[in-house]
Design a protein around this ligand. Structure first.
Ligand SMILES: Nc1ncnc2c1ncn2[C@@H]1O[C@H](COP(=O)(O)OP(=O)(O)OP(=O)(O)O)[C@@H](O)[C@H]1O
Length: 815
């Protein structure tokens, strides 16, 4: 079990003999000798530790608040004002950690030399003292509030109440629906995440199309409508996932009018089948901008003469992703065509449908680029918000307020964690979150880049071979395994607890093939067990998975509006939710001051999280009692043992591991990274490949650092790449030192270990001079190309690397 690295937290990690003898085989003799020496060096260090000369964690509490608390509160270093209860012996002894000394292993030295937080924790308001806020995005509760009173037909209102269990509108729906039913002006909808904006624009569209064939009371008119009666609305959204989600919502609504049809054109499937669907007839089309532009150019059957509505959902994100030209083309093409007053069957559209083309822009946040988008697409638009007073203020001043907020009921916290402790703190947080069955059902962890998502998924998921499906009784067809989720879903061993043994881990990012993306998201949404999704910003916009109760921003967002969208994946439609943000001590702490919040964001020091997460006895499958006593260990030594375990997993040559560099180009890229000659590269072909997890960790680290440098300019005062301690950050990736190659000539994509389900990305290439050619925009690209996205960031990174690595900089092409 130890070999495959699985179930480690099911062990008593502290006293378990994690030590492994690594036999160095293969490669050049120099490397082998070096490796053996390294091993010996490690043992020497441990010897030193056992004789008491090693750092015993005396500077564990380096911050003054901690020291103060420690004196007040025994030695726990806990920062809650809540008095602690229980027998101190049960809480385990205090740090300093001793595990490494006992087991004779190289200490991971997690708790030493960490930077001191600038926050004075004692001065802060306590989160638990604050009154729970009333939900701000919930359906309205007043008796008179119903969809019928907003002007929707009886058919639609009844369908909403009986089939979709939606009796009352939300505030944004209340303000939008009558406006879009009665008026034909453009509109900009701005309301909090999870406030029901999707139905706010969909319901009036469906209502008015339905009115072509049915009277207000639901009785049919002489006019019959069907899928060939014309394309009336186009909805654009930035990601395929969001398009699919909108389509699912619309399909549910259209069950009350089954003769109307909607479809998606989003890429990820053949254009031919999309064309075929358009040819069969569609009344409402949901699309990503890139794919729609393509169809407008090449699909003759796509007629836009009858189109009355163009909805730009998450407009700012589309602009940010570089779809400005596509949107201009789409708007231009739709406006250029003559507006048909009758459809092909001679049905008069005007009077029932808007007599002009209406554009609706929709977002929870508003970056400056939305204003630009407004200029491209809107004419005399009304600004619709959830609060009437905001709307009146805007109407008076003629300006659009740029303020946006998080749902009031959403509890926000920030954990101030030194870089070295990030990984163990994340696991401790997840462990305590899922400690009890039913406490939290679903959590999303946001990470800055796809490489890091891949790595953390591999690190945290079980490495045990997949269980064979139960044999079916004779005559019954065996259940087909879902091949699309084989590499993206798995049990999250390190996070489970005896009370909650099945927590499923999922990963999602934009470099996965579309069927894998769709299947993974479906698996996460429908998972009946507690589930965690590790993802990039691809999941930050619009995603609506109702049972998400916790959002963890392990890497802070690149801009505040992105943060608002990320945390908005929880606390939707009036439900409760919690968001936790990881920040480094120092300048990052200042970031809290610029975040929108309705209740104070409580900064918290990592140690209370570690204490909670690593406090419990841990079950050990296979032993007589099933439980191993761990009371004699402190939470800090458990944290160290876990870190050490990860570091060793990365260093161990895994038996039967598949080489990571499978293609020649990858091998060549790897050898180039170290600036080796072709001869050396050839020699390296015979070398035992590095543990794939190690390669993945290094790549994740590099991409993480590159991503860090791309925070928006205004926020770089908090996220300063030059203040980042690369060596400490490496620890958070289970690495013992920072790998080279950051900001160097190897592009992110060329070097990422290819995984089953990954899209081949042939469009990114290193040009060998420290820059990467920009990939042509993907259809719905949702991640940054860190190679060249930000020249300024690159320059700062190179400076940082120079500073950190001295002469090595030239070796890595950074100078
Ligand atoms: N009137 C309503 N009553 C109950 N639930 C509703 C109502 N309207 C919407 N919802 C639910 O609220 C959730 C959020 O809706 P939606 O996805 O439209 O929010 P949004 O404002 O677009 O959020 P985001 O800005 O994050 O995209 C959905 O699960 C939806 O089913």
């Amino acid at each position: 079990m130890a070999e495959d690295g699985d179930m480690f937290l099911n062990f008593e990690i502290g006293d378990a003999p994690i030590k492994q003898t690594v036999k160095y085989t293969g490669g050049r003799w120099r490397d082998r000798v070096k490796a053996q020496k390294g091993e010996k060096g490690g043992q020497d260090q441990t010897k030193e530790a056992s004789t008491g000369r090693r750092d015993t964690g005396a500077d564990y509490y380096t911050n003054r608040s901690a020291k103060r608390q420690r004196t007040e509160d025994g030695d726990s270093g806990r920062f809650s004002k809540t008095p602690r209860t229980g027998n101190p012996a049960e809480r385990g002894p205090a740090p300093p950690p001793t595990h490494a000394m006992k087991t004779g292993l190289v200490s991971s030295r997690l708790f030493t030399s960490n930077p001191v937080p600038v926050t004075d924790f004692e001065e802060l308001p306590q989160a638990e003292e604050a009154e729970p806020a009333q939900p701000s995005n919930a359906p309205l509760t007043a008796e008179a509030e119903n969809f019928l009173s907003l002007g929707l037909s009886r058919r639609v209102s009844q369908h909403l109440a009986t089939k979709l269990e939606m009796k009352a509108p939300t505030a944004i729906q209340k303000n939008t629906i009558p406006q879009l039913i009665k008026e034909d002006s453009d509109a900009f909808l701005q309301a909090e995440t999870g406030s029901g904006k999707t139905l706010a624009y969909l319901l009036p569209i469906v209502h008015r199309i339905l009115a072509l064939s049915h009277n207000e009371d639901g009785t049919p008119k002489a006019t019959k409508m069907n899928r060939n009666s014309g394309l009336f609305a186009i909805i654009l959204a930035p990601t395929r996932e969001l398009c699919k989600q909108i389509s699912v919502v619309l399909e549910k609504v259209l069950r009350c009018a089954p003769w109307l049809v909607c479809t998606t054109v989003i890429g990820g499937e053949s254009k031919k089948s999309e064309k075929a669907r358009i040819r069969k007839g569609v009344n409402i089309l949901i699309a990503t901008p890139g794919r729609l532009t393509d169809h407008l150019d090449n699909t003759k059957v796509l007629e836009v003469g009858t189109v009355r509505w163009l909805v730009l959902d998450e407009g700012d994100r589309m602009m940010e992703m570089g779809f400005e030209d596509d949107i201009k083309t789409i708007v231009g093409k739709i406006r250029a065509g003559t507006l048909q007053k009758k459809n092909a069957e001679g049905v008069v559209l005007d009077g029932v449908l808007p007599s002009r083309r209406v554009t609706v822009l929709c977002s929870a946040t508003m970056k400056m680029n939305v204003q630009k988008l407004g200029e491209i697409s809107l004419e005399d638009a009304v600004h619709i918000t959830a609060s009437k007073s905001d709307m009146e203020k805007d109407a008076e001043t003629g300006a659009v307020e740029t303020a946006f907020s998080a749902p009031a009921q959403l509890k926000q916290a920030a954990i101030i964690t030194p870089a070295k402790l990030r990984l163990v703190t994340l696991i401790a947080l997840l462990k305590s979150t899922f400690a009890r069955k039913g406490s939290v059902m679903k959590a999303i962890i946001f990470i800055s880049c796809a490489d890091s998502v891949d790595y953390h998924f591999e690190l945290l998921k079980s490495t045990a071979p997949r269980a064979e499906p139960e044999p079916k009784p004779e005559g019954e067809a065996p259940t087909k395994p879902n091949i699309h989720i084989e590499t993206t879903v798995g049990p999250a061993t390190y996070i489970t607890s005896p009370a909650n043994p099945t927590v499923m881990l999922h990963k999602l990012h934009g470099s996965l093939a579309q069927p894998v993306r769709s299947a993974t998201l479906k698996a996460f949404s429908e998972c009946k067990d507690p589930a965690v999704l590790i993802t990039t910003d691809i999941s930050s916009r619009g995603l609506d998975v109702p049972a998400v109760e916790l959002v963890i921003e392990y890497d802070p967002a690149f801009a505040v509006p992105d943060h608002v969208h990320r945390i908005g994946r929880t606390a939707r439609a009036g439900r409760a939710g919690k968001a936790v943000l990881f920040l480094l001590p120092g300048s990052e702490e200042g970031y809290i001051s610029i975040l929108p919040k309705s209740t104070p964001i409580a900064p918290q020091l990592y140690d209370s999280i570690l204490q909670k997460g690593f406090a419990t006895t841990i079950n050990v499958p296979g032993t007589e009692s099933g439980v191993l006593e761990t009371d004699r260990q402190s939470w800090a030594s458990r944290a160290e043992a876990l870190q050490l375990h990860f570091e060793q997993r990365l260093l161990a040559p895994l038996p039967g591991a598949t080489p990571v560099f499978e293609s020649k180009s990858e091998k060549f890229a790897a050898s180039k990274q170290g600036k080796k000659g072709k001869k050396d590269a050839k020699k390296d072909e015979n070398k035992t490949p590095d543990n794939p997890l190690l390669v993945s960790a290094r790549q994740a680290f590099r991409s993480h650092i590159r991503a860090y440098a791309t925070h928006v300019r205004e926020e770089r005062v908090y996220f300063d790449i030059t203040a980042l301690h690369l060596g400490h950050m490496a620890k958070a990736f289970g690495l013992r030192e920072a790998p080279g190659g950051i900001g160097g000539g190897v592009s992110r994509r060329t070097h990422r270990p290819v995984q089953p389900g990954d899209k081949t990305n042939k469009t990114s290439k290193s040009v060998g001079d420290g820059t990467t050619t920009r990939r042509p925009k993907k259809d719905d690209d949702d991640e940054r190309d860190f190679g060249a996205a930000d020249e300024d960031a690159g320059r700062r990174m190179r400076e940082k690397m120079k500073m950190m690595m001295g002469n090595m900089a030239s070796e890595f092409n950074l100078g």
